[in-house]
Ligand binder design. Structure first.
Ligand SMILES: *Cc1c(COP(=O)(O)O)cnc(C)c1O
Length: 440
């Protein structure tokens, strides 16, 4: 899929197109250090950090694997020892295991702007994309259409999408007799037409951190008679999502990124209430049956979000996610957004001040309303630069070909961390620059 974004990388820092050769003494200015301290002192979310297991590493990879919430180890130990070890099979009813997918779904729901009963937790994001896409095509297929209307034979997909979404869309299209058309996000709203069945789009681009127009694209899809399926992997838990209010039809998202559910945590699937009756799952397992214990030969779907289930849920991971979600109790997601933007603004400012001129470009939009909760910088030798950053205690990640990703998790990232990350980046870049003055 396309490597381009709606706008190319912009230089960060003094607008000199050529790098100044020679090592630059980076070190944060006292002014920035004072600002970081003041911002941390005034941060209403500062106390959330103690809800996580952290050390003095600056962890800026919560957009790939969220940090461990402190309550999880104890809860998992109890689940294993008591619920599994002692109650054994009784736990399916007595410990609430059987209903966990819907119960945990209802805990995720407020974070994505969904009223209860529309979110179910289970399976991976990839699997949920498959369920959502095929079900969405089937919903459009089942609708009355005017006599001369063209067949809705295409699925539009964000051209810069995370690969799994594209692969699954291609297979879903093949199975349903549709074709996939990759479209750059900036053109998606205009590309939806009478032949579009479904639009599959990312709320935030995993690579650039660009926030896309969920309400606008959803409305455009609806005007054309199509459905919109949203991938919330990089927005759920990072910024306000308003699925109900913005009319999203179906959505999926990740449990292990900003929701901190742990490696391979189950994902979630949102099926808007008005579509639940027509939601015809391509994976109708016994857990989504109206009467699973009737062990009936014929399939009859359950009502509601349960319809999105497949087979026996992954209880240990599911309950780890449930406990991880407690860190959101009493947290106002608008405050999370405010802090996220303040963190990314501050990071960009610190980078501009301390990184040698012309050494990095930013792929992340400068406009706050188009920015998710990560900053993606581009530079030559990015893989090596990230390796050095990690060695010095600043953990982000590298994405090919030349992207440094820094994820800002407002519940546990401080402004002090942010300044330190920028300073270490400046230090590393100055050293790499000294070795390769031409920037190779
Ligand atoms: C992280 C991510 C996924 C992950 O899918 P898995 O099935 O959990 O591996 C999918 N889509 C996007 C956009 C992601 O960022």
């Amino acid at each position: 899929m396309s490597e381009t974004t709606s706008d190319g990388p912009r230089p960060v820092g003094p607008a000199s197109p050529t790098a100044t050769a020679g090592p630059v003494s980076p070190g944060p200015s006292p002014e920035l250090a004072a600002r970081a301290a003041a911002l941390d002192a005034a941060d209403p979310l500062a106390d959330r950090r103690k809800a996580f297991v952290l050390d003095d590493t600056v962890y800026l990879d919560g957009n790939s694997l969220g940090a461990l919430p402190a309550a999880v180890p104890g809860r998992l130990a109890e689940v294993v020892a008591r619920e599994w070890g002692e109650l054994r099979i009784r736990s399916w009813t007595e410990s609430g295991w059987w209903t966990a997918p819907e119960r945990v779904g209802d805990r995720v729901a407020p974070l994505v702007g969904a009223a209860p009963g529309q979110v179910v937790v289970g399976d991976s994001t990839s699997v949920n994309i498959f369920k959502a896409l095929v079900a969405a095509v089937r919903i459009t297929e089942g609708r009355e259409a005017p006599a001369n209307a063209p067949v809705r034979d295409e699925i539009l997909v964000d051209a810069a999408t995370f690969p799994t979404d594209g692969y699954i869309a291609a297979s879903a299209a093949r199975m349903t007799g549709r074709t996939v058309r990759p479209v750059p996000m900036a053109e998606l709203a205009d590309a939806v037409g009478p032949r579009t069945a479904v639009v599959l789009a990312n709320h935030v681009d995993y690579r650039t951190g660009e926030l896309h127009d969920l309400p606008g694209i959803t409305a455009a899809a609806h005007r054309a008679g199509a459905l919109a399926v949203w991938d919330l992997c990089h927005s759920a838990g990072a910024l306000p999502v308003r699925l109900d209010e913005d009319g999203a039809d179906l959505a999926v998202g990740c449990g292990y990124k900003y929701l901190n559910g742990g490696p391979g945590a189950p994902a979630f699937l949102y099926v808007r209430a008005e579509h639940q009756g027509a939601f015809d799952s391509p994976l109708p397992g016994w857990n989504s049956h109206a009467e699973p214990f009737a062990m009936a030969a014929a399939y009859a779907p359950a009502e509601g979000a349960v319809r999105g289930r497949v087979g026996t849920p992954d209880i240990l991971s599911m309950l780890a996610l449930e406990t991880a979600l407690e860190v959101w109790d009493g947290v106002d997601i608008e405050q999370v957004r405010e802090k996220s933007l303040a963190l990314t603004d501050f990071f960009l400012e610190c980078v501009a001040e301390s990184v040698p001129a012309g050494r990095v470009g930013s792929l992340t939009p400068a406009e706050r309303e188009r920015r998710g909760s990560q900053v993606a910088l581009r530079c030559p030798g990015a893989e090596r630069v990230m390796g050095e950053l990690i060695r010095r205690g600043v953990v982000g990640d590298f994405r090919r070909p030349d992207v440094l990703r820094f994820g800002f998790t407002p519940l546990y990232t401080s402004f002090g961390d942010t300044l330190r990350a920028a300073s270490v980046l400046a230090e590393v870049l100055a050293e790499v620059l000294a070795e390769h003055p031409a920037g190779g």
